[in-house]
Ligand binder design. Structure first.
Ligand code: GLC
Ligand code: MG
Length: 239
């Protein structure tokens, strides 16, 4: 794959997806300014769910697709899985221990997923349960990374996973050193990548957990929603 001078690394639901006409304006801006932008989608969805959304919303095909909150990376024309990353994710990963421990927390409803690359749950009322679960995982010495988003989703990921780790890997292995990147997100599972220190945008419709996030010099808080917020930030950083 030829490396491009710019990169848009964006979450899908609630960020790139949500306002079709704003999305069209963003894509048109890229076309008219004839800058080459490498498209990296970084989503919490699993592969089939992500590719269905891409088709349903008529999104441009990404150069790289990161799924499962950073637990899997797909690249090249055919979107084949990056096996180096896959091997790294499988180190110290014990999904069966996580599943067993979660049975002591009935408030955690297991999400139905096609693989055990990550173990995810939803919870209706937290009441400190997520913290208790996290403490139990630590007490049992189960390597993991816990991500809580949108007051609902609890993802347990391999310890070196997450959207931030996955994007750092992409920047190191698939991009030019001086690539001009914009990172975009709207909810808790995006914090990891929004805090890497690169130009980043929190879209105007973001969840409370991002509104409350600490600032950094390259973090831009957009007024516009969804792709409109990405567009606003793109003009702010790169024109
Ligand atoms: C997406 C995924 C879900 C995950 C959530 C938070 O909604 O479909 O499985 O828990 O993102 O990362
Ligand atoms: Mg989102």
């Amino acid at each position: 794959m030829r490396k491009k001078p710019y990169m848009l690394a964006t979450d899908l639901d609630g960020t790139l997806v949500g306002d079709q006409s704003a999305l069209q304006r963003l894509l048109q801006h890229y076309e008219e300014s004839s800058i080459e932008v490498e498209l990296v989608y970084i989503t919490g969805r699993h592969y089939t769910s992500a590719t269905s959304l891409i088709a349903l919303e008529n999104l441009p095909k990404p150069d790289i697709l990161i799924t499962d909150v950073g637990a899997a990376i797909y690249s090249s024309e055919k979107l084949t899985e990056d096996t180096t990353w896959e091997k790294k994710m499988l180190m110290n990963w014990h999904p069966e221990r996580i599943i067993r421990l979660s049975s002591f927390f009935p408030a955690l409803k297991r999400q139905t997923l096609p693989s055990t690359k990550r173990i995810s749950f939803t919870i209706d009322q937290n009441d400190g349960i997520v913290k208790q679960f996290e403490n139990a995982l630590v007490e049992e010495n189960i390597p993991h990374k816990l991500i809580y988003s949108s007051n609902r989703d609890v993802d347990i990921l391999p310890e070196n996973s997450g959207k931030g780790e996955a994007l750092s890997y992409i920047l190191q292995n698939y991009a030019n050193d001086d690539v001009k990147v914009l990172i975009a997100g709207d909810s808790g599972n995006d914090i990891d990548m929004l805090t890497l220190g690169h130009p980043s945008v929190i879209v105007g419709n973001a969840q409370l957990e991002l509104i409350q996030m600490e600032n950094h010099p390259y973090l831009y808080r957009a007024t516009e929603h969804f792709a409109g917020g990405i567009h606003e930030a793109w003009l702010h950083f790169y024109k």
